[in-house]
Design a binder for this molecule. Structure first.
Ligand code: SF4
Ligand code: SF4
Length: 267
């Protein structure tokens, strides 16, 4: 923590960043995002095992962007991958973000492309064991059993869109589910509307999901919704040998055509 406070103090004192996005104490033992702009506020920053939510989501918010770049972000391996992916998708440029990561007992600031990519490649996202168990469980199910599983899970969804708000890769100014002329997705949280919304979201995140799990953490009714986007991204990885979040210049997997692409998924 001392290292983080020193580094944050230094960045603000030198006016090297406009704001530091980090974690602070919340309520009931939880952490919450904090936006540090003054030297006095640096002491509010905490950094421990509770700090899992992907703070890169705030890099897309106009309220934060108005402070101006560069912006510093306290980052987990998933956050670093997200920032690399956002650069690849032209939502950020190199130098916009000072990425603060823990390395051994020190806090390192990553800015350059090579440093970001190297850190992203060397530090894979590690899922909590229950996510891996759930994925394995689903893989063993028949298609009918899997459909029943999702029918039961999605019956709880009331379309609050917290999963979308928590996802740093859901950054469209106008989401397809909010378009009503024409209306592509049923607005009502009935079974059809809910399935349409989640299938659309999973397809939009296939090959882009960083597997941070923030959408699942955000869901107020405990739907493990990240499993859909994680699995969609794994399929893209297997079919096209593409991993998001490790190459700042990577093309978009699903909008790039190669003559040697496998087409076994077309039936
Ligand atoms: S879909 Fe969920 S797991 Fe994937 S990047 Fe977005 S918040 Fe993270
Ligand atoms: S956060 Fe949960 S309840 Fe809300 S829209 Fe997403 S899946 Fe549905």
């Amino acid at each position: 923590m001392k290292q983080l406070h020193e580094r944050a103090h230094e960045l603000l004192e030198q006016k090297a960043v406009s704001v530091i996005i980090g974690y602070g104490e919340g309520t009931e033992g939880r952490v919450r995002p904090v936006f540090i702009r003054t030297l006095e506020a640096v002491r509010l920053l905490v950094w421990d095992d509770r700090c899992r939510v992907n703070l890169a989501v705030y890099l897309n918010k106009p309220e934060i962007r108005k402070f101006g770049f560069p912006i510093a972000v306290v980052s987990t391996p998933a956050t670093v991958r997200t920032i690399v992916q956002l650069i690849a998708e032209h939502q950020l440029s190199i130098g916009d973000v000072v990425v603060l990561v823990r390395e051994n007992d020190t806090v390192r600031a990553l800015i350059q492309k090579e440093d970001l990519e190297q850190y992203a490649r060397n530090n894979p996202v590690i899922f909590p064991p229950f996510v891996i168990e759930e994925i394995e469980l689903l893989k063993k199910m028949s298609i009918e059993e899997r459909f029943t599983y999702w029918q039961e899970e999605l019956a709880k969804c009331f379309k609050c869109y917290a999963c979308r708000a928590a996802c740093p890769l859901c950054y469209c100014e106008k989401c397809i589910t909010d378009v009503n002329q024409p209306q592509w997705v049923c607005v009502a949280p009935h079974p059809v509307g809910v399935f349409e919304w989640h299938i659309n979201r999973a397809m939009h995140l296939a090959g882009r999901c960083i597997e941070c799990g923030s959408c699942t953490i955000a869901c107020p009714v405990g739907i493990p919704i990240a499993l859909l986007t994680i699995e969609a991204t794994r399929v893209v990885k297997e079919e096209f040998a593409f991993t998001p979040g490790i190459d700042c210049n990577a093309p978009s997997a699903l909008s790039t055509f190669r003559v040697d692409d496998k087409e076994t998924f077309i039936r």
